[in-house]
Design a protein. Structure first.
Lengths: 428, 880
């Protein structure tokens, strides 16, 4: 049942078709990623976007970490599919957040030492998203243990990821029907506002001063929301991107279609970044008992069972096959980003900091130490495997790397979770 | 010099009053001249720091009279009163007040504050998040309505998220209200659906889901072998078919039997699976569509019609398969297989390989991996058969593993392959779904109709749009706005729909818009809009939201409508009928979570060394809720909050963490999972006066006042002062560094703190904080008892002297002291309840009313329930 490969090929070519028109159509609109953030000044030419990708069942360490440190390492098994981009990414070993172990603490990936706290992507989104249409977009493929969150707001609220490509597609490129519905809801709502406000004024009229002031919050908010709706209506009038991108007639949300879902999500992610619809995207690769067929061969066990390989070589072989399939999809993403250039000739890849990793260091033992981590794009000097000795005194933490990523994106930061240094020097 | 400063200032003030004319004269009515003896006390003891120039802590006491109209006057003078009353001022290195001076100063302030602070003062209260969600559930009878994720949170002020001043309405919140309004309107008056054209979906075996070991592919067939109710272990379903319109569909399945036993009739069950449902679902939660009998060994197609609803796909399970993953059935089946000696020997070899045999992890043996290993052994001509006897210990161990819940499921995934390869197995070849031939109302459509009829009634024959809508509004608006709605207001909302209809929109669209508008009306979003004494309806709201965290319904509404809440007896009966009825009721949960800070428990991750699981945290939290409920429900005396003769926790938890002994009960292995039985909260008798029993010995509270890793005496001390004793503390000075435990040296926390607080400025508060903090040091960060400080291994010195001179040696002494001064606790608890219920901080005068209530309850030997009822009968409660 090797439907994935051909589909992937089809999608890649389909999205390549729309790359240029979409870019031209959106190069100059206000919604485009004109460096609107306050931090823009600090790194005027720095990257603008942040993408994080996390795998629930981790990445098998021996197949992810190169054997040697430095530049000329032999590409490890899981990373072979992205070999072509080796000068566009850096592999890190020996980093983690010193967070608790186990599946429950998985969210340490982006949250640091305290799982389920304000996550890296949200910290960045709150600083740089400015006027883009979506402050951030959260996605998932593979529907494992339900709507797990990778991203958490400042208040520690987990943001539910979108699992259906069709939903993401509708949000990015609203269909005519749904634009009409939105427009109707806004316009009809506006028509009734006066009645509600009249009633509220009537209610407020006889109150003492302090109470009237309290209710002024209501009127102030009403005005502000009304203005926002007005802006939304204007936005609705502008031509929406209408990519010729074709979604399949079903949503690949059953777990065994994870790779298919992944490649579509990556295509839509590239489109979302290119059209400036958002600056920050997180993608969660879930995993449960799904049995994959890869290159026509049905694997030996479900994904979760394989991750508990107990060092059985055949189980590990199949686990790596899954991880390689994930990397195939990721490779397509890197490819698309590197091909798309803005009018100044800068590639979308250079404009996007990509963090690929996990909150689980070794799923077989449920250990959350030594998290496999990879940073791509963002205009960094890449090409190396940076091996950190975690046992060394004052060994750097994964959070130190995150500080570097934040700074790169123009976010002023000198701490992240339990970390308070940075790894800027490693990229020079 | 002080005198000069004072005089100068006040002269200037008087001049200002002259020039400001009328306004100043009106204000003059609420001014109190400070008598000379008090002025001289203030001048000598306070004004050096607290004048207009220095104004330490933002406090200026340099006045000749108190202008009660001045901003914050009541706050400033109450602070001054408290600082002196609680020995926090003057600082210890300054001259102290003589006792007659103190009496004069406090006496004057007490009388003045009592006279000049108001009863009432809550602002119009926006519903907070919980109240808003519950109100929508109740008003619309949408029991499973939940706020969208990311709904803006409320701010906690003075410990509670019910305080009117902090309940701000921000633009993002109003936007969220609009969004919820749309969602609710969509439920009652959904947009019209259109029938999609008839479509045919076909799924070959490549388009059917393989989950764990439930199914495998063989040529053109997909084989099923288990009847487990866990769909992920037994079922398959199409991965690319998902119905988008509820309707009648035609389903065709091509099946065959693989190596059936003679005469075997295989039964294939087809159910309607919600695509978005978890793979961990049990088959029987999905609606049965059809049972198909499969007997032929060559493919046969069965076609039937069935209703499939939005979001569904057909699910297939072989219901009478031999294999089940449930331990009982699985172990019995395995024993049958063990009759084949080679099978038994190979199975033993798989589970316990080597010589001597050793047990290995089962997890990697799950599924095909185990099966491959098994087969290798089975086919090995040198397979060792010596252990393959029924009584052998490895045979028994293998059967025991099959009887264990977890390993049965894993090994079931292995044995499945036996059937997939050798049969009998049920084969699927393809699935086809065609439709919809006709749209039907799915469960969601029916639910929506129910919502609509409940809220707006059923249209009468011949009733016009307007008449029907108006009739609906008469029922709906008073429920939503929590009070009768006059014709004028009702018509103004009806007008919204009428105009929309006039503009050419349908009835439903008009109603949709009308409904959205009512949901963003301040009449719904705010309660207690009118100031002064609460009228019957606002009173009903205050009572209902306090006791049930929900909008008022049924009896209390009827009483309010008839004005009967003014009748003290009716009022009291109503209050009693609304008191929480279970430990999990929203009021108890919400109030204790905020008062005692147990809301943060799920976020605390205790250090691994404490081996404290999430289940134990939930038991600890339940203990607090059950405890609070018991005291209320049984009207226990207030002292029982501190020193009761019972525990409310589970047996296992009490034995494991509280050193509790039960005759004849064995302690359970602390590493074992807390199963349901271990989490069952019971009432366990104890002696009074011991370490356990009472709030301060409860794991949840000791955990909430630590950080999961270590304890800090200051934090716990402050917490007890604020939440148990109600001692007002000034804000923490900003220039003090935090204490960090000494991990290298051998200093005890006590040594560290002594060094930290040697300044006399600090000691005023710390002499109150520290003794309480240290006496709780015997409790570790999860509430376990310890005798030594960790790391330095020095015996904990818990002794201290309380501000009133009482010496305490260990925690039971503190308990005894609080019980002796139980009114202090009762006052504190009452004030917390009143903040929570009324949405404001009680004024000085209101605190005096509460004090009288507490005194009366104690005098009458009343209990906690009496106290609650009396508080709700107070003027403070009944005034906005």
């Amino acid at each position: 049942m090797d439907t994935t490969f051909s589909r992937r090929k089809f999608l890649r070519s389909a999205s390549a078709l729309i790359a240029l028109p979409a870019l031209e159509a959106f190069g100059g609109t206000p919604a485009s990623p004109a460096a609107s953030s306050a931090a823009g000044a600090a790194v005027a030419n720095g990257p603008k976007n942040f993408v994080s990708i996390g795998s629930y069942l981790g990445w098998h360490q021996p197949a992810f970490f190169p054997k040697t440190a430095g530049r000329d390492y032999v590409m490890p098994d899981s990373l072979k599919p992205i070999e072509a981009h080796r000068d566009s990414f850096t592999v890190f070993s020996g980093l983690d957040h010193r967070a608790p172990n186990g599946h429950n603490a998985w969210s340490n990936f982006l949250c640091g030492n305290t799982p389920r706290s304000y996550s890296l992507d949200q910290q960045i989104a709150d600083q740089i998203s400015g006027k883009s249409r979506f402050a951030s977009i959260e996605l998932a493929t593979g529907m494992g243990e339900g709507a797990k969150s990778m991203s958490f707001t400042r208040q520690g609220v987990g943001l539910p990821p979108i699992m259906r490509p069709s939903v993401l597609y509708r949000q990015l490129f609203t269909s005519k029907a749904s634009r009409e519905r939105t427009e109707y809801l806004i316009k009809s709502g506006q028509s009734s506002l006066d009645s509600v406000l009249d009633d509220a004024k009537h209610l407020q009229a006889n109150l003492p001063k302090r109470d009237r002031e309290k209710l002024d919050e209501f009127f102030d908010s009403f005005r502000s929301v009304e203005q926002k709706l007005e802006r939304q209506l204007t936005a609705l009038d502008q031509p929406a991107p209408e990519p010729s991108y074709k979604l399949p007639s079903y949503d690949p949300i059953t777990p065994n279609l994870q790779m298919e879902a992944g490649s579509i999500m990556y295509d839509l992610m590239a489109l979302a970044l290119e059209t400036g619809s958002t600056r920050v995207i997180s993608l969660f690769l879930d995993g449960l008992g799904q049995v994959f067929a890869i290159d026509g061969e049905v694997l030996k066990a479900g994904y979760h069972a394989l991750s508990h390989h107990g060092n059985d070589p055949e189980m590990i072989r199949d686990l790596i096959a899954i991880e390689r399939a994930h990397m195939e999809c990721f490779s397509g993403f890197l490819h698309q980003l590197s091909e798309r250039k803005n009018p100044e000739g800068k590639s979308l890849l250079d404009d996007t900091v990509i963090l690929l990793g996990t909150g689980m260091g070794d799923a077989s033992r449920h250990s959350n130490a030594n998290l496999p981590t990879l940073v791509a794009g963002g205009g960094f000097k890449h090409g190396k495997h940076i091996a950190i000795d975690a046992k060394a005194k004052d060994a750097p933490l994964l959070g130190d790397l995150y500080i570097t990523l934040k700074q790169r994106l123009g976010v002023e930061a000198d701490s992240f979770s339990n970390a308070s240094r940075n790894l800027n020097h490693l990229f020079s | 010099m002080f005198c000069r400063g004072l005089r100068k200032h006040s002269k200037a003030a008087i001049i200002v009053f002259v020039f400001t004319g009328i306004a100043a004269q009106a204000a003059a009515a609420s001014k109190s001249v400070i008598p000379d003896d008090v002025i001289s006390i203030l001048e000598e003891r306070c004004i050096n720091c607290h004048d207009a120039e220095d104004g330490k802590g933002g406090i200026n006491l340099n006045h000749l009279e108190i202008d009660w109209n001045a901003k914050d006057a009541a706050k400033v003078w109450e602070k001054a009163y408290n600082a002196v009353a609680y020995h926090q001022m003057p600082p210890l290195n300054r001259k102290q007040l003589a006792s007659d001076e103190k009496k004069a100063l406090l006496g004057f302030l007490h009388e003045q504050l009592k006279q000049h602070t108001p009863i009432g003062g809550t602002l119009p209260r926006r519903l907070n998040q919980l109240e808003y969600q519950n109100s929508i559930q109740t008003v619309f009878q949408m029991k499973d309505f939940e706020l969208p994720i990311g709904f803006p949170r409320d701010t906690r002020e003075h410990g509670f998220d019910t305080v009117s001043e902090a309940l701000v309405l921000s633009p993002p919140l109003l936007e969220a209200y609009h969004e919820v309004a749309r969602q609710v309107a969509d439920e009652l008056f959904p947009p019209v659906k259109e029938k999609p054209p008839v479509t045919t979906w076909t799924a070959g075996i490549d388009d059917l889901v393989l989950s764990f070991s439930a199914a495998t592919l063989h040529g053109d067939a997909l084989r099923l072998a288990s009847r487990s109710l866990d769909i992920m272990r037994s079922c398959t379903w199409p991965s690319k078919i998902e119905i988008t319109a509820s309707g009648k569909y035609r389903i065709s399945v091509s099946t065959s039997a693989f190596r059936p036993k003679r005469g075997q009739v295989m039964k294939l069950e087809v159910r309607a699976r919600d695509v978005a449902a978890s793979d961990r679902s049990r088959a029987n939660v999905f609606r049965l569509l059809k049972e198909i009998e499969v007997t032929s060994e060559t493919p046969e197609t069965v076609t039937f019609e069935a209703e499939l609803y939005e979001g569904q796909t057909p699910l297939f399970r072989w219901v009478n398969a031999e294999l089940d993953h449930e331990p009982e059935a699985f172990s019995a089946l395995l024993e049958k297989h063990f009759k084949d000696q080679r099978f038994l020997a190979a199975w033993q070899e798989m589970l316990f390989p080597g010589n001597p045999r050793k047990r290995i992890s089962v997890t990697p043996l799950r599924g095909r991996n185990g099966w491959d290993i098994f087969q290798r052994h089975y086919k090995n001509p040198d397979l060792n058969l010596t252990d393959a006897t029924p009584d052998n210990r490895y045979t028994k161990a293998a059967i025991n593993m099959a009887k264990n819940d977890g390993t049965a499921r894993e090994l079931g995934d292995t044995l499945t392959y036996y059937y997939h390869e050798k049969g009998p197995a049920l084969q699927l070849h393809s699935v086809k779904v065609e439709g919809p031939f006709k749209l039907v109302d799915g469960p969601r459509d029916l639910q929506r109709r129910k919502y609509r009829e409940w809220n707006f009634g059923i249209r009468k024959e011949g009733e016009s749009d307007e008449a029907y809508a108006d009739r609906g509004l008469r029922m709906y608006l008073p429920r939503l706005f929590r009070r009768p709605v006059d014709d004028k207001v009702r018509h103004s909302y009806l007008e919204i729909a009428k105009q929309h209809w006039a503009a050419g929109h349908s009835f439903d669209e008009g109603m949709h818009l009308l409904l959205r508008s009512t949901l963003v009306s301040p009449r719904f979003l705010y309660r207690e809009i009118n100031s002064g004494e609460l009228d019957q309806f606002d009173l009903a709201s205050r009572v209902a939201y306090f006791l049930t965290r929900d909008a008022p319904t049924s009896t209390i509404v009827i009483h309010a409508r008839q004005g009967k809440l003014a009748d003290p007896k009716v009022y009291r009966d109503t209050l009693e009928s609304l008191l929480p009825r279970s430990p999990g009721s929203p009021m108890i949960r919400d109030f204790t979570e905020q008062w005692l800070d147990t809301r943060i428990l799920p976020e605390i991750m205790p250090d691994e060394k404490f081996e404290f699981s999430p289940e134990e945290i939930s038991v600890a939290k339940a203990e607090v809720e059950h405890f609070f409920f018991t005291l209320l429900h049984e009207n226990r005396p207030l002292r029982d909050f501190i020193d009761p003769d019972f525990l409310t926790t589970s047996k296992r938890f009490a034995m494991e963490h509280y050193g509790y002994h039960i005759k004849g009960e064995k302690r359970i292995n602390p590493n074992a999972t807390y199963i349901t039985e271990h989490r069952k909260i019971e009432r366990l008798p104890i002696e009074r006066g011991g370490i356990r029993g009472g709030l301060l010995g409860q794991s949840a509270i000791l955990m909430a006042t630590a950080n999961g890793v270590d304890t800090q005496p200051v934090l716990r001390g402050v917490w007890v002062l604020e939440n148990i004793l109600g001692t007002p503390l000034p804000p923490v000075p900003s220039n003090v560094p935090a204490l960090t435990p000494d991990t290298q040296g051998a200093k005890t926390p006590r040594d560290l703190l002594t060094a930290h607080t040697k300044s006399p400025d600090c000691r005023g508060c710390h002499q109150q904080i520290d003794p309480i903090g240290f006496v709780l040091e015997n409790f570790d960060p999860v509430g376990g008892w310890r005798d030594e400080w960790p790391r330095i291994n020095v015996a904990i010195d818990a002794s201290g002297v309380l501000p009133d001179g009482t010496a305490i040696k260990s925690y039971p002494d503190l308990k005894r002291w609080i019980v002796e001064n139980i009114d202090v606790f009762a006052q504190c608890l009452s004030e917390k309840l009143m903040i929570y219920a009324t949405g404001r901080i009680p004024s000085y005068a209101e605190k005096q009313e509460i004090k009288q209530i507490v005194a009366k309850i104690q005098h009458d030997q009343g209990g906690f329930k009496d106290l609650m009822l009396a508080l709700m009968e107070s003027k403070t409660f009944r005034t906005r």
